[in-house]
Ligand binder design. Sequence first.
Ligand code: GLC
Length: 543
Amino acid sequence: METITDNNPADIDHLWWQTCVIYQIYPRSFQDANGDGIGDLKGIVQRLDYLQWLGVDCVWLSPIYPSPMADFGYDISDYQGVHPLFGTMEDFDELLEQVHRRGMKLILDLVPNHTSDQHPWFLESRSSRDSPKRDWYIWQEPGENGALPNNWLSVFGGHAWELDPATRQYYYHAFLKQQPDLNWRNPEVHEAMTDVMHFWLRKGVDGFRVDVMWHIIKDAQLRNNPVVANSPFDENDLIYEYHDPAYSTDQPEVHEIVRMMRRTTNQYDDRVLIGEIYLPIHKLITYYGADKSEAHLPFNFQLLALPWDSEQIARAVEEYEGALPMDGWPNWVLGNHDRPRIASRVGRSQARVAAMLLLTLRGTPTLYYGDEIGMRDVPIPQDELVDPQGLYMPDRNVSRDPARTPMQWNTDEFAGFSGSKPWLRLPRSFRRVNVELQKEDPDSMLSFYHSLITLRKRQPAFQTGKYTPVYSDKQLLAFIRENDTDRFLVVLNLSHRPCYLLPKNETFDGEIIISTEAERIGLRTENNLLLSGDEGLIVKLER
Ligand code: GLC
């Protein structure tokens, strides 16, 4: 077996987080080693050889900390521990060592915007108006007749203010009422969170994915959010999207906080700071900060958010490439634990085209566990739903459970994920769609991902080369990736119908090295390229 590490001798000028492929693990659903139906850290260790074979070299774990699990770990009650469901701190140390032993990196989720309502900080804060930690959270007097402090809504539906009956004040929660927002205008909160970062950085974790980075600080005057023009919702629906969160998110002061996080990260060699940020491109790029002072990688969610339309995607790539600051490194994300899976959004055939796009664009790619075998959103019966987003907005079909189901490893009773019934059900199709079968099948989605990742690792042109758009229309997207030695053409048909690439004044002679249609691999291109529906191919050009 070939060992792929991040030390690419051909390209010593780039850092590991620029040349790596990031793989997100949702720990509850990756591998259960102790047979309780929930994934754990020991389970992840068991599967590291698989990840190494696949060629991904950086693993990001969704939260593993002690938590009442109101939001499945994004409600943290101890930032410096490991939830017993996932194992012990020794298990974590072992995981970190095993990851590093394989030349891979490990990134943790950092959730600085809010804690659990069971966190000792909040228990103390809510205990009395005079508590020394009262100001660690956002407390407000009720208005006249008990009125809410302002019109802000929770992302999960309903008002974002909860009245504490004992102390008769409201506290703010952007998400669940079990997730009170910290008050980042209080320097003690900065210190506490910096300590948390040091704790894990000292242990040797390679960086953080910072949860809801654009939410961290709110308007000092807590002004009302404006209503979105032509909203399909009504004031009484209490749906988050009814407002433009102009005063509750993306405040100018957030950048000082991100700079503080970056300064902390910079005290250690070679670590990375990634931000979860759902904002339009022109705002997103401000999170790089001047002179590389903020996030290394503000997550770019264009491929998650846009309709699967070649013109819109081509435009978004152009806009992003054009908007990046001089030393801002691009990145692309195709799936995560909050959004429908790519194979459910665009269908199985287009999912391959999407994989090719993700792994050939310029910038660090992030893929979501299971997408590499084409896992689809699993239909979960109403009475088995557990995600609060789905439970609180039952008529909106927004549960995230379908995209969080157990990894499908093999044909065993519980797909090799666990020895007992998993916390979320498996689809009936797992006996067809699983790692073991796909690894043996050269035409499988897994083999396709494997060859794309291997190509990316072997060809610096894809990791760090130039990106040049060639052509796009209603069906097609084509671009070139190249460096001083190699030149590749990527052509993607984002539609189901055949189409031509008709280059103007350019010749594209070369050999097809990867295609969604295996029969074409090794063939030479005629200059006029004809593509089948749902076809994507990579041509090694003669320079
Ligand atoms: C982020 C997480 C999501 C969570 C939310 C609140 O968006 O990705 O899963 O529910 O933050 O913490």
